[in-house]
Design a protein around this ligand. Structure first.
Ligand SMILES: [Zn+2]
Length: 111
């Protein structure tokens, strides 16, 4: 990132001078993200800059979120949806109650 665009005109790996410039950045705020494995990822952002809601955990690669109690579900590892889960997508709760009643009635032998 440093030196991109040739504004400074210094060589890549300029050494101490580059280090100093990095130390003089605008005030930063540290934002914590938590991944599903409980890793805390602390990322420094420029104060007032927008920061993302999620960050890839550098330790395990899971998506880490800002809200420790409401972690994002990483794409591709969505919880396995049960047969009942698919059913609930297709049926309303009311229909489900009727189906359940029918099933129970069959079990009781009253149909
Ligand atoms: Zn992690």
């Amino acid at each position: 990132m440093a030196g991109r665009g040739g504004i400074r005109g210094s060589q890549v790996g300029a050494g101490p001078m580059g280090e100093n410039e990095r130390g003089e950045l605008a005030p930063r705020t540290v934002v914590s993200f938590w991944c599903g494995n409980g890793h805390e990822v602390r990322i420094g952002f420029a104060l007032g800059a927008d920061h993302p809601d999620v960050w890839d955990c550098p330790k395990c690669g899971l998506v880490a979120g800002r809200d420790r109690d409401n972690l994002p579900v990483p794409a591709g590892t969505a919880p396995y949806m049960t047969h009942l889960g698919y059913l609930r997508q297709r049926r309303s709760q009311e229909e489900g109650d009727i189906l359940l009643e029918e099933a129970l009635a069959k079990l009781r032998g009253s149909i």
